[in-house]
Design a protein around this ligand. Structure first.
Ligand SMILES: *Cc1c(COP(=O)(O)O)cnc(C)c1O
Length: 386
């Protein structure tokens, strides 16, 4: 039985996989069962921040793995405490709750907003406002938060108290806010799964000012945009706002499952003993991996992310068959004349692995992808789009 046959027989059929079996890799190059080389332009959906099998990350992870792999949250462990300190120092946030995925990081954010609102504005203040075309995860609450109806259809009833409004439309938001007591607002600075669409900075600033004035908890979902992806440590830093809660996951631990919910001064003590928890959250091996990632996301690396971003925009904007290029940093959406799936299949045949988002081709390469490797991949993508 091949890997593909075994997978198709025994793994639940929730994923439409590409016909590629990856068995090895280093950095931004990965290899399939036939030894064919691919340039990885998706980094596991923005997860392997420094590529596959990165030396420093491997050393940090294996060092902890050989000491203690897990103790639960009944005891103190150094990597968890150190990572929380590092994240707070780099963001100005005050406390961190650790979980294992993006959806869970958002669940925690929603619980914080609900509890804060109940304590400060009474039990009828529980509504969470999100944006149309957003994506916040696959658990029932984060599905309810996801502003795309087709995700909801098969799973009714979803948890109540979620409303979505059009993005970049302050009037639509105020309209809801004047009729409904709102506990919190959850936004992505760049809508990822929705097609790599950055929000209008003026809208985000207006939303931040409004929520601050009305004591509504402003939550930014940085699951995909976080950890250097957009050319800043977190995407909200591009917009000059100060969110109350930031959730992140994907690239945080460089390839191990980890979610984090960062809490600002205002909400730092909302969660007390027993209010929330996670068996695996803050696992020392994942935390050791995350420390090695977050410590290396410095100004030099971020400047490099911005340079490579410019390279992508310069190479692809206006190229034949390419209608538009959107995004920020190394989070890029490409609108093409041909269907995105067709372009991805051509790219795979020619040794490049891009992603899609809605009708677009999406690129989320490793932050440290070498420029010559990136250039080679862009030529393949350009030719496929033509
Ligand atoms: C991927 C993603 C999630 C869900 O993360 P999981 O780790 O799959 O639960 C939530 N929000 C955003 C913005 C994402 O991109």
């Amino acid at each position: 039985m091949s890997i593909t046959e075994m997978d198709q027989q025994y793994v639940a059929g929730t994923y439409k996989r590409f016909p590629v079996e990856i068995v090895a890799g280093k950095g931004s190059l990965v290899y399939d069962t036939d030894g064919k080389e691919y340039i990885d332009m998706g980094s596991g959906i923005g997860v392997t921040s420094f590529g596959v099998a990165d030396d420093d990350w491997q050393a940090a992870v294996t060092e902890q793995l050989l000491k203690v792999q897990h103790m639960s949250n009944l005891y103190y462990t150094e990597p968890c405490a150190k990572l929380a300190k590092l994240l707070c120092e780099k963001t100005g946030m005050k406390k961190v709750f650790f979980s294992n995925s993006g959806a869970e990081a958002n669940e925690c954010a929603i619980k914080v907003a609900r509890k804060y609102a109940a304590e400060h504005h009474g039990p009828s203040c529980y509504t969470i406002v999100t944006l149309n075309n957003s994506f916040h995860g696959r658990t029932l609450a984060t599905l309810a938060a996801t502003g795309q109806d087709h995700f909801h259809e098969l799973f009714q009833p979803l948890p109540a108290g979620f409303v979505s409004v059009p993005a970049d439309d302050m009037e639509a938001f105020i309209d809801v806010a004047e009729k409904t007591p709102i506990a919190g607002v959850l936004i992505e600075i760049v809508q990822g799964e929705g097609g790599v669409i950055p929000l209008d900075p003026d809208y985000v600033k207006a939303l931040a000012a409004y929520t601050k004035e009305k004591d509504i908890v402003l939550m930014v979902d940085e699951v995909q945009t976080g950890n250097g992806r957009t050319g800043k440590l977190y995407a909200y830093m591009n917009y000059g706002i100060e969110p109350d809660v930031v959730s992140t996951a994907k690239g945080l631990a460089g390839g191990l499952p980890m979610g984090a919910t960062l809490l600002s001064e205002k909400v730092q003590n909302v969660l007390g003993y027993g209010d929330h928890g996670s068996t695996f959250g803050g696992n020392p091996v994942a935390a050791a991996g995350a420390i090695s990632i977050i410590e290396r996301i410095d100004d030099d690396l971020l400047a490099e992310v911005q340079e490579k971003s410019q390279m992508i925009f310069d190479t692809l904007t206006g190229a034949p068959g390419i209608k538009s290029v959107s995004g920020m940093g190394l989070m890029i959406g490409i609108e093409t004349e041909k269907p995105a799936a067709e372009i991805v299949n051509t790219c795979i045949a020619n040794g490049v692995l891009p992603l899609t988002a809605k009708t677009k081709v999406r690129l989320l390469p490793a932050l440290n992808i070498p420029k010559d490797v990136l250039k080679k991949a862009l030529e393949v993508i350009k030719a496929a789009a033509e």
